[in-house]
Design a protein around this ligand. Structure first.
Ligand SMILES: C[S@@+](CC[C@H](N)C(=O)[O-])C[C@H]1O[C@@H](n2cnc3c(N)ncnc32)[C@H](O)[C@@H]1O
Length: 242
């Protein structure tokens, strides 16, 4: 999973299990399952991020999924966005300790407050907000060919159904897909909702997980999506304060 970064991944696991717990960033009950539930699971994203992409991880918390993705994919430039001070400081220490500073930076802030300052081709998030709210924050931070990769569990299809009317208003041209990625852990595949901001979105790498349209996302798509940038939908404040 991590290739040459295996030792760094182990060091990250040690930091989570020690400082991460004492500083209240990760629950003590998570320690025995740090690898399968958190580190390897998040590293499953490596399959679905295009080569050389810029990545912005919203609400990175203790560095998930941003740090495992940075370790598993040395070709990426990753920004970790986190508003809470103690989490921000922990992230800075992790990046420094793992010597990732040349391709991973930490920014303190809320997604809805960094519009016009931060943008990336790929937006990632895990356990930050329901898809509709998250997309409202994330879509304005993606480049025009960008994609949002939201780690979701069994709720993926339901969240797409809820979010699809708003996604259309904001100019998302196609029903999001649900991608299943291998994590190397039996029965612990990673489920990712992939939302394209506009037409001509970055293509997945050829080995990029098993994709299918969200099963319920089309149900509410009674009308044609607004053209990206047409002023219909996105202009009405893609998620400001939503
Ligand atoms: C439940 S934690 C998940 C952390 C990490 N992504 C994970 O999976 O372990 C949610 C994180 O989102 C951050 N967050 C909440 N609202 C946010 C916002 N508007 N913009 C960016 N981050 C936000 C919180 O500070 C917190 O670190």
């Amino acid at each position: 999973m991590f290739g040459e970064a295996a030792e760094l991944a182990q060091r990250y696991a040690d930091l989570l299990a020690t400082d991460g717990v004492t500083r209240g960033l990760i629950g003590p009950r998570e320690v025995p399952r740090l690898w399968e539930r958190h580190i390897l699971n998040c590293a499953g994203l490596r399959e679905v991020v295009p080569e050389g992409a810029s990545v912005l991880d919203i609400g990175s918390g203790a560095g998930l999924p941003g740090i495992p993705l940075t370790l598993a994919r040395p070709d990426l430039m990753v920004t970790l966005l986190e508003p809470l001070e103690r989490r921000y400081h922990f992230l800075r220490e992790v990046v420094s300790e793992l010597q990732l500073g040349d391709r991973c930076r930490v920014v303190r802030g809320r997604a809805e407050d960094v519009r016009g300052e931060l943008a990336a081709q790929v937006l990632t998030a895990r356990a930050v907000a329901p898809l509709e709210k998250l997309a409202g924050w994330a879509l304005p931070l993606t480049t025009t060919s960008g994609v949002v990769l939201a780690i979701k569990g069994r709720s993926a299809d339901e969240e797409v159904e809820q979010a699809w009317p708003a996604l259309q208003r904001w100019g998302v041209p196609a029903v999001p897909t649900v991608v299943t990625c291998e994590t190397g852990v039996p029965d612990e595949d990673l489920t990712v909702v992939r939302v394209e901001r506009g037409t001509g979105a970055l293509r997945l790498p050829t080995a990029g997980g098993k994709q299918r349209p969200a099963s319920s996302g089309g149900k509410k798509s009674g009308r044609r999506a607004a053209e990206p940038g047409s002023g219909r939908g996105r202009g009405s404040g893609a998620g400001r304060g939503r």
